[in-house]
Design a protein around this ligand. Sequence first.
Ligand SMILES: Nc1nc2c(ncn2[C@@H]2O[C@H](COP(=O)(O)OP(=O)(O)OP(=O)(O)O)[C@@H](O)[C@H]2O)c(=O)[nH]1
Length: 966
Amino acid sequence: MEEKEQKKHRKKNSGTKANKKRKRQQGDGGAGTEEDARKRNPKAFAVQSAVRMARNFHRTQDLKTKKHHIPVVDRTPLEPPPVVVVVVGPPKVGKSTLIRCLIKNFTKQKLTEIRGPVTIVSGKKRRLTIIECGCDINTMIDLAKVADLVLMLIDASFGFEMETFEFLNICQVHGFPKIMGVLTHLDSFRNNKQLRKVKKKLKHRFWTEVYQGAKLFYLSGMVYAEYQKQEIRNLGRFISVMKFRPLTWQTSHPYVLADRLEDLTNPEDIRLNPKTDRKVSLYGYLRGAHLKNKSQVHIPGVGDFALSEVSFLPDPCPLPDQLKKRSLNEKEKTIYAPLSGVGGVVYDKDAVYIDLGPNYIQQEQQRAAKPSHELVQSLISTNVTIDSKMSTSRVSLFTDSKPLAIEDVESKEFEMPTEEKVIDAETGRMRRKAVFTGDQNEESDEEESDEEEEEDEDEVEEEADMSGEESDCEEENEFTSRRAAKKIKVEEQHKASEMLVFADSDDDLEHSEDDKDNNEEKNVVVKKKGKSMKRAPKEEREGKSTAAMDSGNCTGEDGISSEYEEVETMDADEEQSKDTDEECEGTSEEDSDDAEDLLKEDEDYVEDNNAFEDTVGALKWKEDLKKKAAEVFLRQQQAVPNLLKLVYGTVVQTDEDEDDDDNEELGGLFHVSRPDKESKRAANAIDCSKFTVESPQDWDDDEVMDAIRDCFVTGKWEADKDAEKLLEEDEELYGDFEDLETGEVHKGKPKEEESEGENEESDEEKANEAAPAEEEKTKQRLEKKKKLKERFDSQYDDGDADATYFDDLKEEMQKQAELNRAEFEDQDDEIRVQYEGFRPGMYLRMEIENMPCEFVVNFDPHYPMILGGLGNSEGNVGYIQMRLKKHRWHKKILKTRDPLIFSLGWRRFQTVPLYYIEDHNGRHRLLKYTPEHMHCGSTIWGPITPQGTGFLAVQSVSNTTVSDCV
Ligand SMILES: Nc1nc2c(ncn2[C@@H]2O[C@H](COP(=O)(O)OP(=O)(O)OP(=O)(O)O)[C@@H](O)[C@H]2O)c(=O)[nH]1
């Protein structure tokens, strides 16, 4: 059969695409033609809008300056240690799933159970140590210090949870590692519009918390209990090419994230005394700086130890040798996770370990289960919570100063989101939702979205009915139950007492009304204002479990009732509260403005707070509202300039007010010096509106007359304002001109001659005739111009004067680094260790004696073991002058968020006192410390620079006294 000839493709000859193609073929692209147009018609391309021009200029300058970083010495060894990737997030958000998927992506191996850090080779030049961060604050603090990259998981179906903010907060204190957000549970959204909205909302909030443009990944759903391959691949790719800027703290300290622990104690010793101190060996990659043998280390939560023996082992997870190949082969995709039991056989310096499989792991699990009972027991037997201990602690910094309590120093500016405890109806798990006040739109958004959800549900239900698909229904139930969970709430007593402080504003009244409504519906709400994160020293192992309770691991109703009281559930109480609410509205309407201003006063806030500490029971705040409002009004009268007093002289003073004034003290240190009442009254007696001139001018005096004369044009003026001189200059400037009306031609003086003096004026014509002389002058002028331009260019034109400085500095550092490397290049590792100590990147085995028995017995691989070398901080010591100031003075200056926890060196604390420090440059920095550690010469590790953290040596602290320190 004859094949039918098909119609050929005809090229397009017209249309935008064809035109573009033609232009490209002609050889000059769009840019060329634009260039031509610029030349042909320069006016069309002139500056049209000065504002836009300025804006563009600002933008480019901003971008340029953003690129400038203070160069940091690159101390990364040739074979750097694995990058520490910390996976953080609230419970059940998908942390383990993500780690498992990432490991599978890089190594093609499937880990069933992940315990402790897992090291993998992710590329030709990069290894990753991935570790899951639990929701316990101790773990968060430890890992925030050593993390290079943080993957912050957020359950999009639920929103932000408190754990996320707690971690961010800790990061702010310990130096911000790179943070990448990952949204999970996106498959819970049926509606695309809703999904987009949630993504956008979460993205903006994430950007606010981290930085504008922070990377946020979306994991859109699960396939066979794993995230989608392509998404994980992208995430993995991103991680393996990411660049990290070294944090000062990390580069100046040797530290090891131990991935393995062996008990080397003689079994006979243990048999004789089961509680004997142990000898252990810890393994891990050395990071940060060099470590010397026999040096001191600190293990957070355990204490300081001397390393009795350190040796380096062959790298258990080496980087591939040849770097020419494009990708890794299967053999090179190594994984090293000794605590997770992968790898089978492990060769050691003095032993061989064989993985015994699941049986062994089960036994291990049983062993691990034991101590958790102990933890629960110790938790139950604790009488006083750490929070209450903290709240009673007081400290006085100087001998005569008033001891400071938490309320005196707690910052009100810090905006931790409000915590709302929500019980998941499906699992009974308590989740700590982060609620952002102030963002009212969000509320309405939520309402909207709720409506949409409802609509959705209806649709889906209908669909399910129609099709009869069970699976859909199940998912639907899950969804509705989640929504139902939101309705189960308990109002916290603490919150109620706090309400009074702000209850004068309209918003809060509304809020309280809302609450009332909620109560009528008999909903139970648990709310806890931005809880300050206080941590127990890990020395007491119970602390761990307390924190775990705090961070929302507790399940069931018991946990709630022990911590929070159910309030306002009785009808009788409701009646009463309604009455008092009405009263409250009445008084506050009258004085709401005054009271609002007044309430902004921090001192009053502190006073009120103190008053309320005595008020026990949720409804007590409503008592005596009228009286309190009256007091508040009077105090306000005192604080604001009183017009009545200014006009009429006297005003009735109460004794109480006078007392208040006398006691006014800032931060327990400074007395506010205000003029006393008498002098104030005397000052007010003078009529300030009258301006009395004691000695008027004598207008007959010649000097005065001259002074007036000089004010006129004919007077004697300064050189640059003298009219005659200015006229002369004008003539010189404009030169020849022809008066068009009279036809008269005015001749100006040639410009060149002016510089050569007036004597040459007569030779003017001669000079005009001599052409070669003129040429020479032009040449000279051009040369002068050229020189000037060069000078200008060097100063301003490329604007990279700074950049060159930076470049020079960088180059210098680079050269030094190369020199250092070259010096030791050919040396044997053993010899290098003698000179330098152990190099970062080496896999070490460290022996420690006298390890407390509990550490080994209670060892839990889910808690990171970090060994930090003490010392080595000389390079970062700066000197500061410490001054205690009341925090509100710096409210505006200080933009940093209030860090809740800090550490001193490697030590961990619970801290609450908050002080501002003024350094020698007059900048204000925020610092928290436990006073017992503050003494002259002590080194503080704190939130010192906006770029990160640093060390400070305290120059002077006088009479630090501590009373009842935790
Ligand atoms: N539908 C859905 N389920 C998810 C998603 N991510 C995780 N899950 C499920 O959530 C459950 C908890 O996941 P895990 O990875 O154990 O969470 P986790 O954060 O490690 O939990 P903990 O370690 O116990 O705090 C698992 O059953 C997952 O299958 C997701 O994006 N969508």
